[in-house]
Design a protein around this ligand. Structure first.
Ligand SMILES: [Ca+2]
Length: 337
């Protein structure tokens, strides 16, 4: 349970569960639930890895597995600000439908709160001015829409921590993944990212420079097997979710060792223990019009003193993974108690 001094957080996320899907959003949610420094006030869902219906369903399933149905889940935006999903997303969602089957719409309607994710964000921030940190680990469409819809919102957000962007500090992974120059979350909705980066909200960006196998921010299959060695409903859920991630060839980056790359959990880790990441204060521009570079995040290293953006340039990967495993072990033990 959160301590009295815990920071209020809302997780804005695009989780998917199932074959061919990356389980890092669910793992980020579990890490928050396992961390007494964080008081999770709600989850807002967004399209991204999966359509927003499926991301809402996945968030509900994770909370159910952890016995935390008390956490409100508010469904957010289904398309980027410009109203058009990328052709690649439309094709990917169709394949998911074939592979995983339809979303359990009844579960979504039963489980989610009626309030829209954008309105949930606005209300939670305005009711707790200067106290709420948004941890955003999907496309930034919900946060940008809240900024556009309610002018009082941005000045009252305490801070935002994102998994997003690629800033060139890691020479192998720090440029882009979905394109040669764009990271996946930013690429989904560059206009939204531009609004969030330019909003003046204190922002920490944990991008591909610190969430990649070179940095060791991975959960190995051996670590997973140790976590789930005793079978309970929770460990069965966790094992199956991570195994489908490990088994998916397109997520296999780590030479010689099967593992889950902990993209989104690194952003959560940087909130729990800021000393895990080294940051550099710098203005960031988001490319929204480039023919080949849409979604690129450009850190202007010539200046920085007056910026409100901290870009994570390095991470203590092994220490982060140690924290992650310790926290999930404690959560596992609490759910089986
Ligand atoms: Ca995500």
């Amino acid at each position: 349970m959160p301590t009295d001094s815990a920071e209020l957080v809302v997780l804005d996320t695009d989780p998917g569960i199932g074959p061919g899907l990356d389980a890092d959003d669910p793992l980020a949610l579990l890490l928050i639930l396992a961390s007494p420094e964080l008081d999770l006030r709600g989850v807002t869902t967004v399209f991204g890895n999966v359509p927003v219906e499926r991301s809402t369903e996945s968030a509900l399933r994770v909370l159910e597995a952890a016995g935390r149905q008390d956490v409100p889940v508010a469904r957010g935006m289904s398309v980027p600000l410009n109203g058009r999903l990328h052709d690649e997303s439309i094709a990917e969602y169709a394949k998911q439908h074939q592979r995983i089957g339809p979303v359990d719409a009844d579960r979504v309607e039963r489980g989610r709160v009626a309030e829209h994710g954008v309105d949930f964000l606005i209300r939670t921030v305005l009711e707790n001015p200067d106290q709420v940190r948004i941890i955003a680990v999907g496309p930034l469409t919900n946060v940008a829409t809240a900024i556009l819809k309610e002018p009082a919102f941005a000045p009252k957000v305490k801070a935002i921590t994102i998994m997003g962007g690629a800033f060139g500090f890691d020479t192998e992974f720090g440029r882009g993944n979905i394109t040669p120059s764009a990271e996946y979350n930013i690429w989904h909705d560059p206009e939204a990212a531009k609004i969030v980066f330019e909003s003046g909200i204190p922002l920490t960006a944990c991008g591909l420079d610190v969430t990649n196998p070179n940095k060791g921010t991975v959960l190995t299959e051996d670590q997973l097997l140790a976590l789930v060695s005793e079978e309970t409903a929770f460990t069965a859920f966790l094992h199956q979710m991570c195994k489908t991630y490990i088994d998916e060839p397109r997520f296999t980056w780590t030479a010689g060792q099967n593992s889950c790359i902990l993209y989104d959990p690194v952003a959560v880790g940087s909130v729990i223990d800021p000393s895990l990441v080294r940051t550099r204060r710098t203005p960031v521009r988001v490319e929204t019009r480039g023919e080949y570079t849409s979604g690129q995040t450009i850190a202007d290293l010539r200046s920085g003193a007056d910026s409100h953006i901290d870009v994570a340039v390095d991470v203590d990967g092994p220490r982060f993974v140690e924290l992650f495993v310790k926290r999930l072990t404690a959560l596992r033990d609490a759910t089986s108690a």
